[in-house]
Write a protein that binds this ligand. Structure first.
Ligand SMILES: [Zn+2]
Length: 468
């Protein structure tokens, strides 16, 4: 009689192969009694009894008796010197590692040691590649099994390669491919053309991957909400809390001078510029905003504002991402970046001045006013400098038709209401300065020029009709 199912299972196996015998858990004891058991198997019948259920049935009495005998031998054995059971009855040698006897399966043991050694070497030789694995060893291993299985099922070997490169932070980003090239622009992202270095960290924030990023975020959110208590209890993010406070603070005093939607854009600009700071004083936004308004008042913004419907067509057709001349209170939402001639505007995220910041590698929109021919020469000289760069650069200029230049003229716009605050405008030209690299990354359709011109004209006449 026995109350141990594991012991019964092990004993019932009878004769086993050498391989199985060596790999059996607790094989020293098991193998000790196995030959005798095999010899007497005809007379032995093993039955399972539930333990400690009383002594009513003969089986229970037997089990109880077996316990008593086992205890007696245990007491007896603990007082005796160690018995040389293993080397006498079974193996003639014992494996020992760092002072520990290896009792279980030697192959598993060797595998675990080899793995440990490999991880240690990996840590030293490639600290960057082992970063994810060391942070999440179990997750990476179980995911590796999952990916391997699915890649094999679908016959997509590349998925498995992608997983390996991904977990080792070795995806072929521009930074990785071109890091030996001295030109800093060789490493910038080709997807968003924002000029940022295209490395693994950029993958998570690249604007061109926004779709995939938000999908990942949604999936993580749904898993959290499904499995964690209180997950539906929403905490307000730092961004949302601070921007709400700034908005309310500024709204109280400046409601009349700044429209609501502009105030929202300003809080966003200020947040983007300061989000890396641990502490942002509550009144710092208001303070900076007052200064910006003051600057605008002292140097009134003489720029005409270009219609946003017109700007959005240009941004879409020419893949623009920088507004060349703007201020915190007037920059367009269509562009990712903007430049301002005032250094103080960098508090609201301005890149710097069109004339001093290096805009090579970006797609910029610039606008020269009719009554400002003096600066036109400087803008054109600066534009020529950008497109001499070896990285893909383009500048789209909206300038009076009378100004001389060497760029491609996309369209002549005469009598169109391009501006919000000026109706009676004479002739303007849309002019594109572009280098060879830029045409390669963002090809320009030859017919696109005329198509754009048509769209522009129709959008302008639409708005004119609307205004009438
Ligand atoms: Zn990017």
């Amino acid at each position: 009689m026995s109350d141990s199912k594991a012991a019964i299972g092990a004993l019932l196996k009878g004769v086993v192969s050498e391989r199985k015998r060596v790999r059996a858990a607790g094989r020293a004891w098991l193998n000790f009694g196995r030959p005798a058991l095999i010899e007497k198997r005809d007379h032995i019948f093993i039955e399972h009894v539930r333990s400690h259920q009383g002594v009513d049935s003969p089986e229970q009495v037997g089990n109880d008796r077996a316990d008593v005998i086992a205890k007696a031998f245990l007491n007896k054995g603990s007082k005796l010197p160690p018995a040389l059971y293993l080397t006498h009855s079974e193996e003639t040698f014992i494996l020992c590692h760092k002072g520990n006897y290896i009792q279980g399966d030697i192959r598993n043991f060797m595998k675990s040691i080899a793995k440990q050694k490999m991880i240690e070497r990996w840590k030293i030789k490639a600290p960057r590649q082992s970063e994810f694995f060391l942070a999440f060893p179990h997750q990476v291993q179980s995911q590796a099994q999952d990916v391997w299985r699915r890649a094999a099922e679908k016959g997509e070997g590349n998925a498995w390669l992608y997983f390996i490169f991904g977990t080792c932070q070795m995806l072929p980003t521009q930074h990785r491919i071109n890091k030996h090239i001295k030109d800093p622009h060789a490493r910038s992202c080709l997807l968003c053309l924002g000029g940022a270095i295209d490395n693994m960290a950029h993958l998570w924030v690249c604007p061109a991957m926004a779709g995939a990023q938000s999908e990942l975020q949604m999936k993580v959110d749904s898993i959290l909400q499904q499995y964690f208590p209180f997950a539906s209890y929403k905490l307000e993010s730092r961004q949302s809390r601070l921007r709400r406070q700034w908005y309310i603070h500024a709204k109280k005093d400046l409601a009349r001078s700044i429209p609501d939607n502009r105030l929202v854009i300003l809080t966003q600009d200020f947040w983007n510029k300061n989000k890396h700071k641990e502490f942002i004083p509550l009144n710092s936004f208001y303070h900076e905003l007052l200064l910006a308004i003051e600057r605008e008042r002292n140097h009134p913004n003489l720029r005409w504002s270009v219609r946003s419907s017109f700007l959005s067509i240009l941004v879409e057709e020419f893949h623009l991402n920088v507004e060349g001349f703007a201020t915190p209170l007037s920059h367009s939402n269509e562009f990712q970046y903007w430049c301002s001639e005032s250094a103080a505007d960098q508090e609201f995220g301005a890149l710097g001045s069109f004339f001093s910041y290096d805009l090579s590698g970006k797609n910029t929109f610039g606008f020269i006013q009719e009554d400002d021919p003096a600066s036109a020469g400087a803008v054109i000289t600066r534009t020529e400098k950008f497109i001499e760069a070896s990285c893909s650069s383009r500048v789209l200029l909206l300038l009076p038709s009378t100004i001389h230049h060497k760029f491609i003229t996309i369209a002549h716009l005469s009598g169109c209401p391009l501006f919000l605050n000026h109706q009676d405008v004479s002739n303007f030209s849309l002019v594109l300065a572009v280098n060879k690299e830029s045409i390669l990354t963002d090809p320009i359709n030859c017919r696109l020029g005329s198509r754009t011109a048509e769209r522009v004209v129709s959008s302008c006449s639409d708005s004119r009709n609307y205004r009438r």
